[in-house]
Design a protein around this ligand. Structure first.
Ligand SMILES: Nc1nc2c(c(=O)[nH]1)N[C@H]1C(S)=C(S)[C@@H](COP(=O)(O)O)O[C@H]1N2
Ligand SMILES: [Mo]
Length: 421
């Protein structure tokens, strides 16, 4: 937030795009007129809640949101509208792209190498792709990667950064070797606590010596079965945008821990301190803060496992359908290192909830498919809200969770609008 905004009342800060309408009961009939159909569960509308059809950003009723959404073109950042994430395993090009720098070009996989170094290895070791494929057993897992800032657009006052709505998440199938097996081959010292990756992308400044981003995970996460050094996504070469020819993949954690175009991994005797490990990058306050509050740097902690969340991927928000039909609703749910125990949907603004069928994950850290059928008592405007609960009983909040300076970890319920005719 800029300084000149500090003294304005909270609801007037920020851009017009993010300003919400605040609803009085008396405007409901005007809304129904505008929609051309009644808001059937209007009596259940929480006070101050603005139906999706009347929020200013991405009006679902205008049918204009069919393609991938570009959030920034330098660096290139693109997200998927939720209905493009309906596949069980997400495929290119329906995958969000998040870059902090410039995508490297002219990559030759035949000469690509991965060096494992750092102060906590016995001796540095370098592998070609062929070495990795021959020396170690390969493994394939579906792994959910969600940007720590997914949902940032929902925070108020707005947090700087890509204004992701719902679509900075995917679950693809990755093939590679376990980082654990490679680390074992290199030989670790007893004081190893963290790993840090280095990619071949270029810094926006053009300075070839400047590292764009170098993040990592603690040894425990680095040595999980599912933590891969991958060369294939969905059975093919990794698309260039997603890290060709080699990528670190740490499912269930902020996707920033999964280094693209990886050519070096350091084993550290301290928490890795590469660019975007400190300050307020991918870190949140250790305690609840008031919206807009300044937080001292020492009070931040690194984001690890991502919170429970779900998406409605069918139908598309804004769908119209005939009252004589039952409406199939489906999507995915995930919970970082945890699994999801329950997904429920509501068609009356959260007053009552209906249980959905929920599949087990194909493997740990993969998202889970859920579906249900809905019947609507009368024609009109409805919203479908979805809410997942993890295996520790933690559920998604219906409203925006705790504000934090960089707008991370918004796992509020996903909502779509539907019109029954
Ligand atoms: N080398 C490199 N790796 C990176 C990034 C980057 O900018 N450079 N961005 C990270 C972030 S913040 C995210 S959310 C994911 C995005 O992965 P995707 O582009 O495959 O969706 O990559 C991570 N790995
Ligand atoms: Mo990210």
């Amino acid at each position: 937030m800029s300084n000149k905004d500090q003294d304005k009342p909270v609801i007037f800060r920020g851009s017009v795009r993010n300003r919400r309408l605040f609803l009085k009961r008396s405007v409901l009939s005007a809304m129904a007129t505008a929609l051309g159909t009644p808001i059937v569960q209007a009596a259940k509308l929480p006070a101050g809640y603005t139906p999706l059809a009347f929020t200013i950003k991405s009006n679902p009723m205008d049918g204009k949101d069919a393609a991938m959404i570009v959030r920034n073109d330098r660096p290139w950042n693109v997200e998927a509208p939720p209905h493009l994430l309906d596949e069980e395993v997400t495929t290119f090009p329906n995958i969000f792209i998040r870059n902090n720098g410039i995508i490297p070009r002219n990559i030759d996989a035949n000469t690509w190498t991965l060096t494992i170094g750092g102060e906590s290895v016995e001796a540095e070791k370098t592998y070609s792709l062929a070495d990795l494929k021959q020396k170690f057993q390969s493994h394939t897992y579906q792994l959910t990667l969600e940007c720590g800032g997914n949902g940032r657009a929902g925070y108020y006052p707005p947090a700087s950064g890509n204004q992701w709505e719902e679509g900075a998440v995917y679950c693809a199938e990755w093939t590679g070797v376990r980082l654990r097996d490679v680390l074992q081959d290199v030989g670790l010292k007893d004081d190893a606590v963290y790993i840090g990756y280095y990619g071949k992308d270029k810094h926006l400044s053009g300075d070839p010596n400047k590292v764009v981003i170098s993040r990592g995970v603690p040894m425990e996460k680095a040595q999980q079965d599912e933590t891969l050094i991958a060369w294939a996504m969905n059975g093919e070469d990794i698309p260039l945008e997603h890290g060709y020819p080699l990528r670190l993949v740490c499912g269930g954690w902020p996707a920033s821990a999964s280094g693209k175009w990886v050519h070096r991994i350091d084993v550290r005797n301290q928490v890795h301190d590469g660019p975007k490990m400190g300050g307020n990058s991918y870190r949140v306050p250790k305690y609840t803060v008031a919206p807009g509050e300044e937080v001292p740097e020492e009070d931040f902690k690194i984001i690890e496992s991502m919170p429970v969340k779900s998406l409605i991927t069918y139908p598309k928000s804004g769908a119209m359908f005939d009252k004589s039909r039952k409406l199939t609703v489906r999507g995915h749910a995930w919970a970082g290192e945890r699994s999801v125990n329950k997904v429920e949907v509501s068609t009356d603004f959260g007053a009552t909830w209906q249980n959905c069928a929920l599949r087990k994950a194909t493997n740990r850290l993969a998202w889970q498919r859920w579906s249900t059928e809905l019947e609507f008592p009368m024609t009109g405007y409805y919203e479908v809200w979805a809410k997942a609960t993890d295996d520790q009983g933690v559920a998604q909040p219906m409203v925006i969770p705790g504000w934090n300076p960089k707008g991370y970890l918004n796992n509020a319920c996903h909502r779509i609008a539907v019109k029954v005719t």
